[in-house]
Design a protein around this ligand. Structure first.
Ligand code: ATP
Ligand code: PRP
Ligand code: MG
Length: 394
């Protein structure tokens, strides 16, 4: 292993000692124990009987994770806030463990938990490429952000707007490498190597990275960006063409636990069913309207002549009943002639357009309701998981 000694580290022997050349002159400066490669996964599953789900204990992912589970009727029962273990009344076979987001990923690798909910960024940083870990659900629809590069708006970066501009800057040399502060060393190292950067030093900070360029402790940052407000408020701009990774909450599991722990596949099937059905329903409204027409078929063709009203599989059309004489003349309940109730699923973002189209084809009395679940015959991701488990680990 060759070691580089960039000028930046020359004044600081401890940094110099720990800087390690990874590829060309991309240098990783490992300052913390947690930046080191994690220990190998134990060869055997531990003999515990319980099944374990790890969820973030703090930070923005914690609240969103709890809310998602609650929305799937999987609310956590935790007797007091300082306790790190909880249960789910509807899934008594599952223990829920609260851990820092980074530890959820590590404990999955070590086999201390079997399933986890984390940000895809952390999953990729800590164990991207681990053949034992499988992403069961890649879009839990919270924690949307991306990893990108932030550079100062002024000074020598004033005209630097793209990754190519940054790469073409003549300043960065072996003795004066580009100093990038980030909490994502693995992803950063791969990104800069992939884009052919020659002289880069990665530095570490645990938070408030956006302060580093102004403070002078780094040239640029590589961090999570969501609204872009933190960058802007710290006089930084996002570099175009420098998206390192897109991220949101994901559900991950250990392949070995899936294959070997009794009851694990049933738990995962139920989790996927609930999550998929709820997350799909989240994008739709259920819309009911009254429609005039001489037959259900006529109403159906009117509805289906409008692009936005087809629903998921087509409209449901039912007669509307009223009190009246039945066929034998006795009083009873009869279908109102020429009057139907139509039920369709409408994408939330097309709601108003759909209501207008319903009116245009004679719809009235339009009711709009939120949807809680849309269960398909089989969750898409369950089928995908079965295929993945059948295939050899990559
Ligand atoms: N600004 C953001 N917008 C959306 N999602 C974010 C944002 N920042 C972080 N995340 C997501 O949340 C995850 C956890 O980040 P968060 O900052 O809540 O925890 P942390 O960094 O572990 O805790 P702390 O910042 O308190 O040390 C990240 O891995 C990422 O997936
Ligand atoms: O684009 P924005 O919407 O402004 O969000 C981006 C900020 O959010 C995260 O920080 P966080 O709030 O977790 O603070 P931290 O730096 O202390 O982790 C991230 O590290 C950025 O600093
Ligand atoms: Mg944070």
């Amino acid at each position: 292993m060759s070691y580089s000694t960039p000028a930046h580290f020359a004044a600081c022997p401890s940094l110099k000692r720990r800087s390690k050349q990874i590829s060309s002159n991309v240098v990783v400066c490992s300052l913390r124990q947690q930046d080191l490669k994690p220990a190998a996964v134990p060869a055997k599953l531990s003999s515990r009987q319980s099944l374990r789900l790890g969820v973030p204990s703090k930070g923005r992912m914690a609240e969103d994770t709890m809310q998602l589970l609650k929305d799937c009727q999987l609310g956590l029962v935790k007797p007091n806030p300082r306790q790190y273990i909880a249960t789910i009344a509807q899934m008594p076979q599952l223990e829920v463990w609260f851990q820092r987001a980074t530890d959820v990923v590590r404990k999955l690798m070590y086999g201390d938990i079997d399933i986890g909910i984390v940000g895809y960024d952390m999953f990729q940083e800590i164990c991207g490429g681990d053949p034992d870990l499988i992403v069961l659900h890649e879009s839990l629809n919270f924690g949307h952000c991306h990893l990108g590069l932030g550079v100062p708006m002024t000074g020598r970066f004033a005209d630097i707007n793209t990754l190519d501009d940054l790469k073409a800057m003549p300043e960065w040399t072996e003795t004066n490498p580009l100093r990038v502060v980030t909490g994502y060393h693995q992803l950063a190292r791969r990104f800069f190597a992939k884009h052919g950067f020659q002289h880069v030093v990665l530095l570490t900070a645990d938070g408030a990275l956006e302060a580093a360029p102004l403070m002078g402790s780094a040239d640029i940052i590589l961090d999570l960006i969501s609204t872009g407000i933190t960058l802007r408020e710290n006089n930084l701009k996002q570099l175009e063409g420098a998206e390192v990774l897109r991220s949101q909450g994901v559900l991950v599991a250990s392949r070995r636990a899936l294959l070997e722990r009794p009851g694990m596949m049933e738990v995962v099937h139920e989790l996927l069913e609930r999550l998929e059905a709820h997350l799909k329903a989240d994008d739709y409204y259920s819309v009911v309207a009254n429609m005039r027409g001489s037959s259900a078929e006529e109403v159906a063709s009117l509805i289906m002549s409008r692009g936005h009203l087809g629903g998921l599989q087509g409209p449901t059309i039912s007669p509307v009943y009223t009190h009246g004489p039945s066929e034998n003349g006795a009083s009873g309940v009869v279908a109102q002639h020429g009057f139907y109730a139509v039920t369709i699923c409408v994408p939330k973002k097309l709601l108003y357009q759909s209501v207008k189209e319903l009116r245009q084809v004679g719809g009235s009395g339009v009711l709009v309701q939120p949807m809680t679940y849309i269960f398909d015959e089989e969750p898409l991701r369950w089928r995908r998981l079965l295929d993945t488990l059948e295939a050899a680990p990559q």
